[in-house]
Design a protein around this ligand. Structure first.
Ligand code: SAM
Ligand code: SF4
Length: 339
């Protein structure tokens, strides 16, 4: 590494970068997007070359793990060109892990190529195994291609982690079916508590809110849960199921404070660097990227932003006045910052 590593004001080294490569998606999951979304003009998006320069700059500053997300990353045209370019950092050893969060719809086309360039693990979002419910929650999606994509990733030798948003009244009844299916297929499974993102109306949000403390208690009715020590520095907590040996994760941004060990930052598809998922403060990296072919201004902007990384975030339903309004609700959609 040619530059001093990134350390924030709370002595947390920044080693994990999530990058959204598009705001577009072929699904319209009800908790993530409105049905009719206004997408960004192409000129506002970072080009694939700019995305590569940006990721490479972070890797030069000590980022060891890179997760590509969106929108749906696999709908971006020529995205494999970008994956090929950044995978050179796996070959040199500068990067430990290159990974992807996807809805799986295009995965059967990409799985073998991604595995061949060194991707070892992949996260696929899947909230239900019921085809009709899948169509309802994603509005535009179909279950079968997603299951084919997951099978293709497994066949290509990648470890698959399924991400399931816990939604009250929607997939409550499928808890054990999802756990059993993941167990049989050999996939890890992580449940995500629904977050107050976007402007889809607080009625919907609060209606769908299924606390993972409740989900966990239901899991414990059938399985013995053994807590696993945290190794990711992220919001996930893991348990091992005594009976099946499966690992189950819980991402509870609303009810647990995971900020102390936060090692990550996010960049949107327009080059905005968010230092914390729960705070609005950001830094524009697109201007320094476009101002010069040299990376000096870009690196200075990254360092300046990391020096402002806040201690923690501020989502909390419970603290909302009267229990109705959502304090700390973020105005941007998850598809913009990239989950
Ligand atoms: N399109 C890809 C996908 O669905 O995996 C990547 C982007 S998506 C925004 C990343 C993750 O965020 C998905 O697992 C999705 O379920 C989750 N997500 C989206 N909106 C959410 C919300 N309001 N609360 C919690 N998780 C959400
Ligand atoms: Fe698209 Fe992923 Fe958002 Fe669903 S969660 S609408 S698949 S970006």
């Amino acid at each position: 590494m040619t530059h001093a590593p990134l350390i924030d004001p709370f002595a947390r080294p920044i080693t994990y970068l999530r990058v959204s490569v598009t705001d577009r998606c072929d699904f319209r999951c009800t908790y993530c997007m409105a049905e009719h979304m206004q997408f960004l003009p192409k000129k506002d998006l970072l080009s694939l070359e700019e995305l590569d320069r940006l990721c490479s700059a972070f890797i030069g500053l000590g980022v060891r793990k890179l997760r590509i997300t969106g929108g749906e990353p696999l709908v971006r045209r020529d995205i494999l060109t970008f994956f090929r370019a950044v995978s050179r950092h796996l070959d040199t050893g500068a990067l430990d892990e290159l990974t992807l969060t996807t809805n799986g719809s295009q995965l059967s086309r990409f799985a073998a190529d991604l595995a061949a360039l060194g991707m070892r693990r992949i996260n696929v979002s899947l909230d239900t195994l019921d085809p009709a419910k899948f169509e309802a929650i994603t509005r535009w999606g179909k279950l079968a291609p997603v299951l084919e994509g997951i099978a293709a990733a497994k066949a290509a030798g990648m470890r698959v982690k399924i991400n399931t948003v816990a939604l009250k009244g929607f997939n409550e009844g499928e808890l054990f079916r999802l756990v059993d299916w993941c167990g049989a297929e050999g996939h890890d499974l992580t449940f995500i508590e629904v977050m107050p993102m976007g402007e889809m109306g607080e009625e919907l949000r609060l209606d769908q809110y299924w606390p993972l403390s409740d989900l966990r208690a239901r899991l414990a009715e059938r399985f013995t849960l053994h807590d696993l020590p945290d190794s990711t520095g992220g919001p996930a907590r893991y348990v091992r199921l005594g009976e099946s040996g499966q690992r189950i994760g819980f991402i509870t941004p609303l009810t647990h404070n995971f900020c102390e060990s936060c090692n990550r930052v996010r960049v949107t598809c327009t080059g905005e660097l968010f230092m914390c998922l729960g705070q609005e403060d950001r830094a524009d990296l697109r201007a320094p990227l476009r101002a010069s072919p040299e990376d000096d201004a870009l690196i200075a902007a990254i360092r300046g932003a990391i020096a402002r990384k806040p201690k923690g975030h501020d989502f909390d339903y419970a603290r909302a006045p009267g229990g109705s309004a959502i304090r700390g609700q973020m105005s941007r959609h998850m598809s913009h910052t990239g989950g």
